[in-house]
Design a binder for this molecule. Structure first.
Ligand SMILES: *Cc1c(COP(=O)(O)O)cnc(C)c1O
Length: 459
């Protein structure tokens, strides 16, 4: 293959090339993702049932399986311009270091203060809350990227932001907490003693360091019990994946400029929002039979929702206050082992991606954290960017695929999502640098224990 146009190290779109609409991949899916269920009645959640939890406009987006394109409001376009378009980078230096004939591209979403793609959805959720005249929003955060993004977005629109931060992160990442407070958010370690569910979890599991599932339950409880508040979530939900399609749409527009078609598209998967956002426009072509792509989700071997989970209805949170979602899940009781440092620790997965995966339209791989940090270090040394551990899962598999091309001589084009930077993950990097990072893969028995607690839903 000859390159007709010299491809620059970075392809930037201009500000007027930022997409003006999000793409809703559900519109092109023959098998739609399963609906959220009311845990009491086991009937699909209606608009009215979801309204006390989420803003009206976001409920509409959550339930909309048919509208292919949804306009991005002007105020959000303005905010996007603060840090978008994000660059699409040709990883020339990595290719050279690997000695691969593969062509590697990555879409870099870490170039904003929150350090990740999460701001793309945070700003949307804060906007609709403001527009609906609400006072504030509550949420959970694990590693802290989502909480930071939402704090920034809430400050921009002048609404309150209450963050329940998984206790272990609250203690290990004091600087993340201070970034959030600088943007005006209140940050509470979870499980706290401020909520009914927090008190119960603390009583049942004394000394617990918390989990995302607990923090979600607390944030939902506070939102539904406080006048003028709604809960917002940074991943998993259909609406979040919709907002994140700005990543894929920009990536595709940049590639199209140079007539580049990726063969393989790779993304890390925690709850699935960046991966879903990156692949949506490509998946749309695949679903419509226009093109084919190999799509790979990468997850930690210590929290393997796709590769070892069950496709079943499950609770989204530990306190079982949220609707049930049908997804690949390890069970809402599942907590990754304490040595797991690489993020992506949520027990479930986006219902949209779960359905696509179940239909064989994408694949998934799990990788161990020491090999993830090896890839992170190799990438940092040649490409300059210090990657987030989460993003480094995608780097790992991109490198593996590029090395396969080296063996076979294939000149595949690989696109992966580089979701963020790792400046707040230096405790994990330190473990890796000191050679004390370990891997842990849950046993079948451990997984079975949490599968046994899946709700019984016969449909
Ligand atoms: C939150 C986060 C992820 C994982 O979330 P998804 O919803 O699966 O995208 C990945 N990378 C970074 C940097 C994150 O902050």
């Amino acid at each position: 293959m000859s390159e007709e146009k010299k491809i620059p190290y970075k392809i930037y779109l201009s500000e007027d090339e930022i997409p003006r609409q999000w793409y809703n991949v559900r519109a092109d899916m023959k098998n739609k993702p399963a609906p959220l269920l009311n845990p009491g009645t086991l009937k699909p959640m209606t608009f009215d049932e979801l309204r006390p939890v989420f803003c009206d406009e976001l409920v509409k987006q959550e339930l909309d399986d048919t509208t292919p394109y949804i306009d991005i409001p002007e105020e959000i376009m303005d905010f996007y311009k603060m840090y978008r378009p994000s660059p699409l980078v040709r990883a020339y230096f990595l290719e050279k270091a690997l000695g691969t004939p593969a062509k590697i591209y990555y879409k870099f979403e870490g170039n904003n203060t929150s350090g990740s793609h999460k701001l793309n959805s945070a700003i949307v959720q804060a906007y609709y809350a403001k527009k609906q005249g609400l006072k504030g929003v509550t949420t959970e955060t694990g590693a802290g990227q989502w909480g930071t993004a939402l704090s920034m977005a809430s400050a921009y629109f002048g609404i309150d932001c209450k963050v329940y931060m998984v206790k272990v992160s609250y203690e290990q990442k004091p600087f993340r907490r201070e970034v959030m407070r600088t943007y005006g958010a209140s940050v509470t370690p979870s499980p706290s003693m401020e909520t009914e569910i927090g008190r119960k979890i603390n009583a049942d599991h004394p000394g617990t360091t918390g989990s995302l599932g607990c923090a979600i339950s607390e944030a939902v409880e506070v939102a539904t019990h406080t006048e003028g508040y709604r809960y917002v979530l940074g991943s998993v939900l259909n609406q979040v994946l919709l907002h994140q399609t700005v990543i894929g749409l920009e990536a595709k527009a940049a590639l199209d400029k140079y007539d580049i078609t990726p063969d393989v598209i790779i993304g890390c998967a925690g709850g699935g929002s960046n991966l879903g956002g990156l692949i949506s426009p490509f998946m749309g072509e695949k679903l419509r039979g226009e093109k084919d792509y190999q799509i790979i989700a990468v997850e930690p071997a210590s929290c393997p929702s796709f590769t070892r989970g069950k496709y079943a209805y499950d609770f989204c949170d530990t306190g079982m206050v949220c609707p049930l979602a049908k997804m690949y899940t390890l069970g809402s009781n599942f907590i990754p082992s304490a040595n797991h440092a690489g993020g992506l620790r949520y027990h479930g997965m986006s219902p949209i991606l779960s359905q696509l995966y179940d239909d064989g339209l994408m694949e998934a791989r799990s990788v161990e954290q020491t090999s993830v940090f090896e890839a992170a270090q190799q990438f940092a040394r040649v490409e300059g960017i210090l990657p987030a551990p989460e993003s480094s899962h995608a780097i790992r598999v991109a490198i593996d695929e590029a090395l396969k091309c080296k063996e076979t001589g294939e000149e595949k084009t690989i696109l992966f999502g580089l979701t963020g930077t790792g400046y707040f993950d230096m405790v994990a990097y330190q473990k890796f640098n000191d050679g004390v990072m370990t891997d842990y893969i849950p046993t079948d028995e451990e997984l079975q224990k949490s599968f046994d607690a899946l709700p019984k839903v016969d449909l």
